[in-house]
Design a protein around this ligand. Structure first.
Ligand SMILES: [Mn+2]
Length: 345
């Protein structure tokens, strides 16, 4: 065995360290901690390590750190070639890690306001926020900050979730991970007809929440409808439903995926989507429309097994970035096939 240590005086390029070494930013992206550092940035990934409003199993405050490090890539800047799209999102887009929202333990309303400020800083700089939760209560500050910054343009939500999160309160608490859709619509941040929910199943919401949703014009695909029609047609129909709103916000609750593929979450509901259905859905939405903001929520590492859930959440973000990159280039996908077709030139 040769001595692999560099000889004295040889410069070691620490930028090429593997993912498990050094600083734990998302995919080892450049860390930016001041709004001035967002100039010229296309996408800023930010953590919202909060789980104060969780109604069942806590732990989502540990989500951002787990998602960031659930990646076997390495090098800085990162390089990830998407073989189905034929591009590297990091060569098309300038992406940074904006650190975490400055949270205060046990103070949900304080954290809500800090999340809204931080997401607002990102949008004000002209970048797209990608928020790593955190429990789903963060949808309220995430989406309202984006909607406020983009007014009078309209923002629609594609909401992947086992649960509709449109209760008036959960255990009499109004700022909760079970209520953000209700208040985003009731307060006029998002029009009801600009919300499409995908993957609903199980034993909640109750008829009163569904009645509210019908009254406000929300639309949804229950999980059995996704299963019957297939995720591809469901996403194409979602795009048609939201064709007339100006921007999309992608809200991904990891519990939309079956607990067998996403066990590390607060309120698991059996019978959900496969990992590949979710990845494909997010990629297609991002490629077709781009997005003005995104969140991946409810990853609870203490309940995870072998980082299955954190790893899926990391890939959900990477699929969205790859889709957005394709959207920005305006090109057709150029998949890596054994024999390139004539059409792909
Ligand atoms: Mn949710």
């Amino acid at each position: 065995m040769g001595d692999k240590r560099p000889s004295p005086g040889v410069r070691v390029n620490r930028a090429h360290e593997p993912s498990y070494a050094g600083g734990p930013t998302f995919s080892k992206l450049r860390l930016v901690l001041e709004p001035s550092g967002l100039a010229g940035v296309d996408v800023a990934i930010v953590g919202a390590p909060t789980d104060e409003t969780t109604s069942y199993r806590p732990g989502a405050r540990f989500g951002p750190r787990a998602i960031r490090t659930a990646d076997y890539g390495g090098g800085s800047p990162p390089s990830d070639h998407h073989m189905d799209l034929g591009l590297d999102p990091y060569t098309v887009l300038s992406v940074v890690d904006y650190g975490d929202v400055p949270v205060r333990p046990a103070d949900a309303l304080y954290n809500r306001d800090r999340i809204r400020e931080t997401v607002g800083e990102i949008v004000a700089a002209g970048a797209v926020p990608v928020v790593l939760g955190g429990d789903h209560a963060i949808a309220y500050p995430d989406v309202s900050a984006v909607a406020e910054a983009l007014r009078p343009a309209t923002v629609g939500i594609v909401h992947f979730d086992a649960h509709a999160d449109d209760a008036e309160d959960v255990w009499e608490v109004r700022y909760s991970h079970g209520t953000p859709l209700r208040y985003l619509v009731e307060e006029g941040w998002v029009r009801g007809e600009h919300v499409v929910q995908i993957g609903l199943r199980g034993y909640w919401p109750f008829p009163e929440e569904f009645a509210w949703a019908r009254e406000r014009g929300l639309r949804w695909f229950r999980m059995d409808v996704v299963e019957d029609r297939g995720i591809g047609p469901v996403i194409e129909e979602t795009l048609e439903m939201l064709a007339r709103c100006d921007h999309l916000f992608l809200s991904v609750d990891i519990d939309v995926v079956d607990p067998s593929a996403a066990p590390g979450t607060g309120t698991p509901e059996p019978g959900g989507m496969t990992a590949r259905q979710l990845l494909r859905a997010v990629r297609r939405l991002a490629a077709a429309r781009g997005f003005a903001g995104m969140e991946v929520v409810e990853v609870s590492p203490p309940y995870d097994v072998a980082e299955i859930t954190a790893r899926l959440a990391h890939r959900v973000v990477l699929e969205a970035l790859s889709g957005l990159a394709l959207h920005r280039t305006g090109r057709a996908p150029a998949p890596e096939d054994p024999t390139p077709s004539a059409a792909s030139g």
